[in-house]
Write a protein that binds this ligand. Structure first.
Ligand code: ADP
Ligand code: MG
Length: 242
């Protein structure tokens, strides 16, 4: 579903991604971890081309993401990749329901009545049907992030990317967002998640990727990664967490 082949990216002279070779298979959940500044966000943002790369090939569902493509094709590609950020970025002037309906109606041209039906189902899936008519400011951070997930799902993306979706939340709200993500994983969604929630990685991930200084140093099953990390840098990262 997502293939990184020899990816290199620099910010000026700073190497942010160094020869990344990896893939996320259909239905797989990959958790990306590593110290702050190791390139996790940069990596995930190359997938829908929020960041450009200097060399390599990145394929999403067969499509060469960093080829020369029109802005229309770029928008189409982006609409097929669900992206959930640390900050929820909901539209404050739209109700929860309208936030979820917006892209299907505006981008995909789906009828409002149909979009509304789908949006209500998705809000039910994230446990927020009762908040459909509320505005984002009336919701807690955890609820807003669940709306953001429903909004991404409304475009029926073949894969979902998460960049620290729980990092901005008060601790008591982390669990409800992770529960929604667990549900998605259980339903077979292809997911790439940058997160510091190591229990989530242990329970939900098919593979854990460990990054440091722009390099993907380790890709392993959770039991291998947490049980016997191979790279000294990964060993140090894990022992610092304990
Ligand atoms: P992580 O998400 O693992 O914390 P990032 O991908 O955000 O790491 O950053 C990787 C490196 O690239 C860091 O050294 C960071 O300072 C640098 N970096 C990130 N974004 C930019 C940018 N827009 N311009 C210059 N340097 C950047
Ligand atoms: Mg980051």
């Amino acid at each position: 579903m997502i293939e990184f082949i020899g990816i290199n990216k620099f910010y000026g002279s700073l190497p942010a991604l160094v020869d990344i070779n990896a893939e996320v298979k259909k239905g797989e959940v990959v958790v990306v971890c590593g110290p702050s500044g190791s390139g996790k966000s940069t990596l995930i943002r190359t997938v829908n081309r929020l960041e450009e790369i200097q060399s390599g090939v990145l394929r999403f569902d067969g499509q060469n993401v960093h080829a020369k493509i029109s802005s229309l094709a770029m928008n189409h590609l982006r609409s097929r990749i669900g992206f959930v950020f640390q900050s929820f970025n909901l539209f404050p002037h739209l109700s929860v329901l309208d936030n979820v309906m917006l892209s299907p109606v505006k981008v995909n041209g789906i009828k409002r009545s149909k979009a509304r039906e789908i949006a209500l189902q998705l809000l039910d899936r994230v446990g927020l049907s009762s908040k459909a008519q509320n505005y984002p400011a009336q919701l807690s951070g955890g609820q807003q992030q669940r709306v953001a997930i429903a909004r991404a799902l409304a475009m029926e993306p073949p894969a979902m990317l998460f960049d620290e979706p729980t990092s901005a939340l008060d601790p008591e709200m982390v669990g409800e967002v992770l529960a929604v993500m667990r549900g998605l994983a259980r339903d077979g969604m292809t997911m790439m998640c940058v997160t510091h929630e190591m229990n989530f990685a242990r329970d939900v991930a098919d593979r854990v990727w460990f990054m440091d200084a722009g390099r993907l140093l380790e890709s392993a099953s959770p039991s291998a990664f947490f049980g016997s990390p191979q790279h000294p840098r990964a060993q140090r990262f894990l022992s610092d967490l304990r």
